[in-house]
Design a protein around this ligand. Structure first.
Ligand code: ADP
Length: 368
C-alpha cells in the first residue's frame, strides 16, 4: 500500500513568505494524482517536500501510514523524474539507468535484469549503448523515467517532465506515462502547469493558486462544477468567458450585464440558489462550447440570442473559434467548422442557458 498523505502542510521562507499554505490531500495506492496551477503556485515545492528535498515548515507527511517528515530522501523509497532529465552526459543509457542501483550496491545480475526490464517497457533496447547527446528529447525523457523504474519505488514523482518536448512528442509521452502507470500499477504524483496534461492524465486533480488548494476533484467534475472563478477559468481551453452583471426580478429571475447588452432569463433549476443574490452583482461564466451559431442551435432547448461583431475568426480544422466583445470584455465561441465567417461581420450566436455558471462577485466562489 503506497499511500501518501499530506496533513496541514505549509512551507515558508525566512522572509516570512509562504510558498504553500495548509495543504491537505491524499494519494491512494496506485492512484495517479496531478498537481496543476500557474507558475509560482507552489507545485514543485509540494513535490520536493514529498521527495524530502525541501524541509517541511509545519504539518505532517505520511507515506504508507508512516510519518516521514524527518526521514532522509534516500530512505523514502521515492523516485523523482525532473523536467531537465538530469542525465549524466558521459554515461551510456545503460549506465545512466544502472547508476542508482550501483550506488545502492545491487548485484551485477540484479542490475542487468532490472535495466533490461525497464528498457523493454520503455522501448529503449536499441539505445542502451548510446550517450544522451545521441538521443532525441523524447528518448532522453524515457531514460529519465527508466532510471526511476529500475529502483521499483513506492511512489513516482514527476516534475513537469514533458515541458522540454515539442508539442507532438508531449502528446505521445502523455499516453506513454499513462500506459506506464497502468502497467506498473504504481502510485504517481505528477506536476504540471498545463491544464490539458492534467485533464488527460489525472484520476484526481489538485488545483493550486498562490500556494493554496482551490479544488480537488476528478477531471469531469472540475470541468462541470468548478469551485470558483479561478478554477472555472483555468480548466478548459479556450477559457470560460466571464461577464459581470446583476440578478434582477423581471417575470422571474434574470441576469443583466452592467450595460444591459446581455440579458439572460435564469432557468427554474438555477433560480432558487440565486434568489439570495437579488439586486446583487455576480459573474456569469459561459464556456466557449456552450455558444452555438445558426447552424446548430437547434440542438439546445433553452438559449439566449446575442448579435455580435466578430473581431477575429480562427479556423482550427474541425471547428472555428469566434472572438468578439461583450461590453468591452473579450469572448470566444467554439462552433463547428462549416462556413467560415469573415472578420468584422455580424453574427447571431445562441448561449445554452442550461449550462451557465454563476460566481459571487466578491469571494468569486461558485454559487451552488
Ligand atoms: P511552481 O512549481 O508552482 O512554479 P514553486 O513551488 O517553485 O512554484 O514556488 C512557489 C513559491 O515559492 C513561488 O512564489 C516562489 O517564488 C517561492 N519560493 C521558492 N523558493 C523560494 C525561496 N528559496 N525563498 C523564497 N521564496 C521562494
Amino acid at each position: 500500500m503506497s499511500k501518501v498523505q499530506l496533513k496541514n502542510i505549509s512551507k515558508s521562507y525566512e522572509s516570512g513568505n509562504y510558498a504553500v499554505k495548509d495543504i491537505n490531500f491524499e494519494v491512494d495506492d496506485k492512484e495517479f494524482v496531478v498537481l496543476v496551477g500557474p507558475s509560482g503556485c507552489g507545485k514543485s515545492t509540494i513535490l520536493r517536500m514529498i521527495a524530502g528535498l525541501e524541509e517541511i515548515t509545519s504539518g505532517e507527511l505520511y507515506i504508507e501510514d508512516k510519518r516521514v517528515n524527518d526521514i532522509s530522501p534516500k530512505d523514502r523509497n521515492i523516485a523523482m523524474v525532473f523536467q531537465n532529465y538530469a542525465l549524466y552526459p558521459h554515461m551510456t543509457v545503460y549506465e545512466n539507468m544502472a547508476f542508482g542501483l550501483k550506488l545502492r550496491k545491487f548485484s551485477k545480475e540484479e542490475i542487468k535484469q532490472r535495466v533490461s526490464e525497464a528498457a523493454r517497457i520503455l522501448e529503449l533496447e536499441p539505445y542502451l549503448e548510446r550517450k544522451p547527446k545521441a538521443l532525441s528529447g523524447g528518448q532522453r525523457q524515457r531514460v529519465a523515467v527508466g532510471r526511476a523504474i529500475v529502483r521499483k519505488p513506492k511512489v513516482f514523482l514527476f516534475d513537469e517532465p514533458l515541458s522540454n518536448l515539442d508539442a507532438k512528442m508531449r502528446v505521445q509521452m502523455r499516453t506513454e506515462i499513462s500506459r506506464l502507470h497502468k502497467q506498473l500499477e504504481a502510485t504517481m504524483i505528477y506536476v504540471t502547469h498545463d491544464q490539458t496534461e492534467a485533464m488527460t492524465m489525472g484520476n484526481k486533480i489538485v488545483v493550486l493558486k498562490d500556494g493554496v488548494i482551490n479544488q480537488i476533484s476528478s477531471p469531469l467534475d472540475l470541468y462541470n462544477s468548478p469551485a470558483n472563478k479561478f478554477v472555472a477559468g483555468f480548466i478548459g481551453s479556450p477559457a470560460m468567458n466571464f461577464l459581470k452583471g446583476k440578478i434582477v426580478e423581471e417575470n422571474g429571475l434574470k441576469f443583466t450585464s452592467e450595460k444591459g447588452t446581455l440579458s439572460i432569463g435564469i432557468p427554474a433549476i438555477q433560480s432558487e440558489k440565486l434568489t439570495q443574490y437579488m439586486n446583487k452583482n455576480v459573474y456569469v461564466g459561459i464556456r466557449p462550447e456552450d455558444i452555438y451559431d445558426e447552424t446548430n442551435y437547434g440542438q439546445i432547448s433553452t438559449y439566449e440570442k446575442i448579435s455580435v461583431e466578430l473581431d477575429l475568426v480562427e479556423p482550427m480544422g474541425n471547428e472555428i473559434y469566434l472572438y468578439f466583445q461583450v461590453e468591452g470584455v473579450q469572448f470566444v465561441a467554439r462552433i463547428p467548422a462549416r462556413e467560415i465567417p469573415k472578420h468584422g461581420s455580424m453574427k447571431n450566436l445562441f448561449i445554452d442557458i442550461s449550462k451557465i455558471h454563476f460566481f459571487d462577485e466578491k469571494t468569486e466562489t461558485a454559487i451552488r
